[in-house]
Design a protein around this ligand. Structure first.
Ligand code: B12
Ligand code: SF4
Ligand code: SF4
Length: 311
């Protein structure tokens, strides 16, 4: 018992020392209720063209299938709330995409975290994930007591809101789990549901991915955005922050201090005309390290055209 506690406190201290904003621990196991929610979501086609979401159902709902022998799931939150604002009237880019690509920034941090843990604890099985693996990251964050899943589907911390990336480390070390009886502080609020321009937020904390502006502007590949969405994007060029911007808990957001998330100046200042005049060559240079490159040049041009098409 003593040794278990020692590892737990070392994990927490190391996470804080490496600049992770929050660290919570849950016992690894099959996510029964989440599996049913995910199944319903997939059966209703709420993943749209994101076919990868229908893959690896077993791994996604059971960390022991992803990391054999897994005993603990460590969840780390990384603040990306920026100090700056985009210039008024410019095409909007969601805040998570203002700096360097978080996948790379956080993967490096996770590797460092793992190596420090191994020097202290010795060899163990452990894999770090951020975003792209079959892991229900928000569910684990909630299970490890870091916050609650709001009506807008996001994991919200009572202390600092929801503008956080989630990273997950699945390991076979036995650790003490955090108290996971987190209260839900949404109460009677419905601000996110009322503000979503495409009605993607449904009752019971279900977000229809295939109706979300983030899906249309980032995930929808090689296809035109459906006409029925015309006039409903509120000038969002890449992603959408509306359901978080209106959330009262984000009054408690504090700017991050990570140089890697320093905004690309063009994102803050580019007018519609600048985006229109942007060449593929320049796009590749300016957004070389940015999450924006996910849509490729073609995707940004398609989104821009879509925003203009109803005016
Ligand atoms: C696919 C995906 C999308 C899709 C679909 C969104 C969706 N609702 O699933 C699209 C492209 C639309 C999208 C958009 C965004 N995304 Co996204 N996305 C993902 C991804 C890759 C998978 C999510 C998933 O599993 N969806 C399937 C559904 C069924 O799962 P879910 O929504 O998480 O719901 C589960 C839990 O909420 C749980 N649950 C909810 N309520 C309750 C209640 C009970 C009682 C129980 C038991 C369980 C439970 O049940 C569900 C099934 O387990 C994750 C990364 C990852 N690997 O987890 C990032 C992730 C969820 N996205 C993230 C972000 C930041 C965004 C955006 C804010 C980006 C933007 N600004 O444009 C928007 C927000 C849209 C929104 N309101 O949800 C962050 C969220 C961080 C946070 N604080 O919550 C993640 C975790 C990426 C990361 N590593 O940081 N995303
Ligand atoms: S990100 Fe925008 S479109 Fe998607 S659910 Fe939130 S408010 Fe709606
Ligand atoms: S806007 Fe209101 S209902 Fe939506 S997530 Fe925030 S507190 Fe919950």
């Amino acid at each position: 018992m003593h040794a278990v506690n020692r590892h737990t406190s070392f994990v927490k201290q190391t996470a804080a020392g490496l600049g992770f904003d929050f660290c919570g621990i849950a016992k690894a196991g099959f996510l029964n209720e989440d599996a049913r929610r995910l199944e319903t979501w997939l059966n209703k086609g709420m993943h749209g063209n994101m076919h990868y979401m229908a893959n690896h159902f077993d791994l996604r709902t059971d960390p022991q299938k992803l990391v054999p022998g897994a005993r603990s799931v460590i969840t780390l939150l990384i603040n990306y709330f920026p100090e700056e604002k985009q210039a008024a009237g410019t095409p909007k880019v969601s805040k998570y995409a203002w700096g360097k690509d978080y996948h790379e920034v956080i993967r490096a941090k996770l590797n460092h975290f793992l190596s420090v843990l191994k020097t202290e604890i010795g060899e163990f099985a452990g894999r770090g994930f951020v975003d792209s693996a079959p892991v229900l990251e928000r569910s684990w964050a909630q299970r490890s007591g870091l916050g609650w899943i709001g009506k807008n589907g996001n994991l919200i911390t009572k202390q600092k809101g929801s503008f956080f990336f989630i990273a997950t480390l699945i390991t076979d070390i036995k650790l003490d789990a955090d108290n996971n009886s987190v209260q839900d502080y949404c109460g009677t609020c419905t601000k996110c549901i009322d503000a979503c321009p495409t009605d993607a937020i449904l009752p019971n904390k279900v977000v229809n991915g295939s109706q979300c502006i983030s899906y249309f502007t980032i995930e929808l590949k090689d296809a035109l955005i459906p006409d029925k969405m015309k006039g409903r994007f509120d000038n969002w060029l890449f992603g959408c922050d509306i359901c978080q911007d209106v959330c009262p808990w984000n009054r408690f957001s504090k700017p991050n201090a990570d140089a890697a998330f320093e905004p690309v100046p063009e994102i803050l200042n580019y007018s519609e005309k600048d985006w229109e005049e942007l060449t593929e060559e320049k796009f590749k240079i300016v957004f070389a390290d940015s999450p924006i490159k996910r849509t490729k040049f073609k995707g940004i041009k398609r989104n821009l055209q879509f925003l203009n098409s109803h005016e």
